[in-house]
Design a protein around this ligand. Structure first.
Ligand SMILES: Cc1cc2nc3c(=O)[nH]c(=O)nc-3n(C[C@H](O)[C@H](O)[C@H](O)COP(=O)(O)O)c2cc1C
Length: 479
């Protein structure tokens, strides 16, 4: 079943025991967030808070719709227990298929059930949560899809960027200067001092949210890739105050203009690396011109923090597949790439057919030349299962030479200021460093000097392995 909206997906989550409906009233001010965080930390279900303090019956908050591999599998119409390797493979195959969207009539679009326009706009009418204690404000945009368009090329970008309620008709946000939203602003609006129309979309089909977290190539429309992943076009509808097209089945669409001449306080926020993001910073200001929403709207939240959560899981998938394709294009003989959610996209495992210093250098170059926010890269031989962190750590511990096997490179202007270990000075300059841990056997070593792995698969003859496998049940050992 292809999901058109958040509500369809909840039905399946509920059937598959992946959803808890919280019927008791909860406070938007910290309580919904704290419950969500505790649930993530116990790998619990997605949540739907059905009664929110200070808000009318039916106004709801959700959390964690993509917070486990089972939910990601279900959103891709795969069985709940699909192994991570298979989820990666499906995504890798489907993400390159492009199916353009279908345009719906406004009268048929659920997101137009209610419309607030102009001076009627009141963002306080919606239960935007204080997600974590210490956040700079009420974040209405966390698990969102933010849409903006380049008028010069007609390219439409979808990205996931945080947005906070500033007043009843202003939002502030923090799209990083390296984001595609910022790229379009700098390219086609700032030079002309023009406001840029944007739409912050909450609660649409799960794959749209997942793809919004992905680093899709510049000048490519994410919505076409969502169509490919779903195998069906996404239905879009025109905004009320701009020509942007937004998912017709969304819970809420906040239409506004990002101002070229204003900066506004944003943050701090409990962020995806698992820490609060420093102090308040200078963010962008969005004047809200309309809000369209479904009756009994659901504000989609992700209570970001220590993994796992939707961010670390979704980014594991989208980042790994993008990196694998990129590294192959860069001439690296990659077998697999895994981004362990626990490493919050800072740590990447790369399996290669042939390793060595030259390949490690090539991998490092790939990462330091791009807008990629990773920093530690463990390179392993093809006999290691990159999805098995036990095997990866064993390989790293035993094959990475602490003198020759560690290569690093500094760069400036492209780093991620949310990376916890950078100093305040480094963050200001977006100064970063990438390291490769070459955990492969040197390709110049003769076969005879490469140590033989003492594992069942590697150290016995085929004859012994076959014999043991054939007789396994008769030994009476359960594994
Ligand atoms: C929950 C969540 C919140 C995010 N918030 C931001 C943000 O506020 N600013 C930002 O630049 N990137 C943010 N990101 C990362 C971007 O979504 C990611 O880099 C994505 O590729 C951006 O799209 P783009 O490549 O089209 O710019 C967030 C990711 C997640 C999962």
């Amino acid at each position: 079943m292809v999901f058109n909206d958040h509500r369809d997906f909840f039905e399946v989550l509920e059937r598959e025991n992946e959803l808890a409906r919280v019927k008791r009233e909860v406070d938007w001010d910290g309580e919904a967030g704290a419950i969500s965080r505790k649930t993530f930390e116990h790998e619990g279900p997605a949540l739907l808070f059905e009664k929110i303090k200070d808000y009318p019956e039916g106004y709801r908050i959700s959390n964690g719709t993509s917070g486990t591999w089972s939910r990601v599998a279900l959103s891709m119409m795969l069985p709940k227990k699909t192994p991570i390797r298979k989820i990666y493979k499906e995504y890798e195959e489907r993400i390159d298929i492009k199916i353009p969207p279908r345009i719906a009539k406004k009268t048929n679009a659920p997101c137009k059930e209610n419309i607030m326009l102009g001076n009627k706009v009141d963002l306080n009418a919606f239960p935007a949560p204080i997600v974590h204690e210490g956040d700079g404000g009420r974040y209405i945009g966390t698990w969102d899809v933010v849409i903006n368009k380049d008028p010069e090329t007609n390219w439409t970008n979808w990205g996931m960027y945080r947005f906070m309620v500033h007043t009843k008709n202003w939002l502030t946000g923090w799209p990083q200067s390296t984001s595609q939203l910022a790229f379009i602003m700098k390219k086609s609006y700032l030079p002309y001092n023009k406001p840029m129309p944007i739409a912050v979309v909450l609660g649409t089909d799960p794959l749209s949210h997942i793809v919004a977290t992905a680093g899709i190539k510049t000048f490519e429309d994410e919505v076409d890739h969502v169509g490919g992943l779903r195998g069906e076009p996404v239905e879009l509808v025109k905004c009320e105050t701009s020509d942007l097209l937004v998912p017709a089945h969304a819970e809420m669409v906040i239409e506004g203009e990002l101002m070229p001449d204003k900066i506004a306080p944003d943050g701090p926020f409990g962020e995806y690396p698992g820490y609060r993001s420093g102090t308040m910073c200078a963010g962008v200001a969005v004047k809200v011109k309309a809000v369209t929403y479904r009756s009994q709207p659901i504000v989609t939240m992700v209570c970001l923090g220590t993994p796992p959560d939707d961010s670390s899981i979704a980014a594991s998938l989208t980042a790994a597949v993008a990196m694998k394709k990129g590294l192959l294009r860069h001439g690296v003989p990659v077998t697999d790439v895994y981004v362990p959610p626990e490493g919050v996209t800072h740590l990447i495992v790369i399996g290669v057919k042939k390793g060595g210093t030259e390949i490690a250098r090539k991998i490092l170059d790939y990462f330091t030349l791009r807008r990629i926010m990773t920093n530690k890269h463990i390179i392993v031989d093809a006999d290691v299962d990159v999805f098995n962190m036990g095997e990866v750590l064993h390989c790293f511990a035993t094959r990475c030479h602490p003198g020759r096997g560690i290569l690093y490179e500094w760069y400036e202007g492209r780093s991620n200021s949310l990376t916890p270990f950078y100093s305040p000075e480094e963050r200001k300059k977006l100064k970063g460093v990438s390291v490769a841990f070459d955990s492969t056997w040197p390709p110049e070593w003769e076969k005879e000097i490469v140590p033989i792995k003492a594992s069942f698969k590697s150290i016995y003859t085929k004859e012994t392995i076959d014999k043991v496998n054939k007789n396994w049940e008769s030994y009476g050992i359960k594994i």
